[in-house]
Design a protein around this ligand. Structure first.
Ligand code: IMP
Ligand code: MG
Length: 172
């Protein structure tokens, strides 16, 4: 593996993910929600987050491709849609990272056509520097990070390193 630097430790991730779950537990107490995980990057985050959730949830998975060679392509493809009706449901979209915001904007426009009661966005990492006009800000954010390419804890670097238990960046 190339030279990497740890940006967010396993311990910090575990603590913050539990805090995010407590925020959701407070906001959704007595309700039921559909958690929609954006594959592949958010799989590790959602797996950890949902084990601290104490209200009723169902889980769905969508796959969007918006990046190639670590650069925004400006093109977003839906590889896999959800398989259930979310009309009238409270939806929480679980995402690994928001950068320009184009991916979550696409997701919002797509999910809104399915008439859910509400949609909130829970994002582990926020890289706000390159956010575009008209893009949403997350309702729940784990960490705000500097403008660097990060990977590990579900996020990839050229398809690899999703298995790292911490969030890393390349040394510069
Ligand atoms: P956005 O559409 O520009 O907000 O980019 C968000 C998507 O790009 C996320 O779903 C990630 O898949 C990917 N992405 C953005 N920044 C990074 C990064 O630093 N590491 C890994 N994936 C990233
Ligand atoms: Mg993604």
């Amino acid at each position: 593996m190339e030279n990497i630097v740890e940006m967010i430790s396993q311990r910090e991730l575990a603590r913050r993910v539990e805090e995010l779950a407590q925020e959701l537990n407070a906001d959704y107490a007595g309700k039921e929600a559909v958690f929609i995980c954006l594959l592949k990057g958010a799989a590790v985050f959602m797996a950890d987050l949902m084990r601290h959730i104490n209200f009723d949830i169902t889980t769905e998975y969508m796959e969007i491709a918006s990046y190639s060679s670590n650069q925004p392509t400006g093109k977003i493809d839906m590889k896999k849609d959800i398989g259930v009706d979310i009309a009238g449901k409270d939806v929480v979209v679980i995402e690994d990272i928001i950068d320009t915001g184009a991916t979550l904007k696409f997701i919002r426009e797509h999910l809104q056509t399915k008439n859910p009661n509400s949609i909130k966005y829970c994002v582990l990492l926020d890289n706000p520097v390159r956010r575009q006009e008209g893009c949403l800000n997350p309702d729940y954010t784990g960490f705000t990070i500097p403008n660097r390419y990060v990977f590990g804890y579900g996020l990839d670097h050229d398809g690899k390193h999703r298995n790292l238990p911490f969030v890393a960046a390349l040394t510069i």
